[in-house]
Design a protein. Structure first.
Length: 370
């Protein structure tokens, strides 16, 4: 089982070190032949090779069984032309591996209820999954660019979806909903956008093939409101690329810390890409303050969805659950009565929790799972 590890920028290397040690431990406990190879990506790759996604990195990812990315982004490249920025490397990787489906589960963990900026009674029991289209829409639509100059300059992007692109992400969302609470909310802006009218028609057309799943359509502005008003009403949220980018950050805040949220990006075939939802947090990089849990939970998603190793995935999630229940917190999640720990120490506590055998029939961990 070949894994390409992309530590990337900012806090990326610190959280990668923790996650790698845990993968090694869980691999040997579960007898998994895990081989991990690191490759440069993002700002680190611009510094080392002059481009955010070197050909060799893409080749290594394509050849792997799964790709685990920490985070990319570095403010020193903010003024670089678009193709020379870390984010372009990530978009290139998503396109290069044809990862059209991005799954972002958000589950509010009871022991972290107080960490949310929303009232505990609003967020308690939230368990939703954002299914975001990832290789189309306004992120990749043509034409795009800038023309003219001075006060006559214009810039433009195109939000476009083909029926086939909507169908394949909708099918994925229906399937996932049918395995969960069987409620699908498709998000669009069909009252204004032609592209959303097509989106809605394709989802409606598919609905009869999933009779067990209840479908509703919601305008994106209303979805943004309902997510903080009544977040428990959502099970699976199906979105296009841009709407999903925005709503998944909003949904992340329900759980109190974006430092807890994993994600999986999948295509029809080939390796999946697993990464935390958070960014590279350059302001705290190198200070041993980073929260490694989202990357550890992303590694669990990788084991489950990318490598088919359910029990190893659950072992990692159980370790995260136990460490949180024991009251260990990185500064971003700190609450009264808890013990603040750094990134490295969090890793040690996770390793200890992993080594401590769990009784059979133990309840499912409370953490984020698809
Ligand atoms: C995300 C990020 C990326 C996106 C950026 C870094 C390109 O915000 O994964 O949500 O916009 O998709
Ligand atoms: Mg985003």
């Amino acid at each position: 089982m070949n894994i390409t590890l992309l530590p990337g920028d900012g806090i990326g290397p610190e959280i990668t070190a923790v996650t790698k040690a845990l993968l090694q431990a869980v691999g040997s406990r579960h007898g998994l032949p895990l081989v991990m190879e690191e490759a440069p990506m993002g700002g680190a790759a611009i510094a080392a090779c002059g481009e955010p996604l070197p050909k060799e990195t893409l080749r290594c990812c394509r050849a792997a069984d799964a790709v685990l990315l920490a985070a990319i982004g570095d403010p020193q490249y903010d003024r670089h032309p678009r193709q020379q920025r870390p984010e372009s490397g990530l978009l290139g990787l998503r396109a290069g591996l044809q990862l059209f489906a991005n799954l972002r589960p958000v589950k509010v963990i009871p022991s972290l209820l107080g960490a949310s900026s929303l009232k505990p009674e609003v967020v308690s029991g939230v368990d939703l999954l954002v299914v975001r289209e990832l290789t189309g829409g306004i992120y990749f639509g043509q034409p795009k660019g800038r023309i003219g100059s001075g006060s006559g300059e214009r810039a433009f992007n195109t939000m476009t979806y083909g029926a086939m692109e909507v169908d394949r992400i909708a099918a994925m969302a229906f399937r996932l909903a049918s395995q969960r609470r069987r409620r699908l909310c498709s998000v669009d802006k069909a009252n204004v956008l032609d592209v959303s009218q097509l989106w809605r028609e394709r989802v409606e057309r598919m609905a009869p093939t999933w009779p067990d799943v209840t479908v509703e359509h919601m305008y994106v502005d209303n979805a943004a409101m309902q997510l903080i008003r009544q977040p428990r009403r959502f099970d699976v949220l199906l979105t296009g690329n841009l709407f999903g980018d925005i709503l998944s950050d909003e949904a992340a805040m329900l759980s109190g810390s974006i430092g807890l949220l994993p994600s999986a990006s999948l295509g029809d075939s080939g390796p999946g890409l697993f990464e935390p939802v958070h960014g590279s947090a350059p302001d705290i990089a190198g200070q041993d303050r980073a929260n490694p849990l989202a990357m550890v939970l992303s590694a669990a998603m990788m084991l489950r969805l990318g490598l088919g190793q359910e029990s190893a995935a659950t072992a990692l999630e159980t370790a995260v659950d136990r460490v949180l229940k024991a009251g260990f917190r990185t500064p971003d999640m700190m609450a009264d009565g808890c013990v603040v720990v750094g990134c490295g120490a969090m890793g040690e506590h996770l390793l200890a929790a992993l080594e401590d055998p769990v009784e059979d029939g133990a309840p499912q961990p409370d953490v984020n799972r698809v």
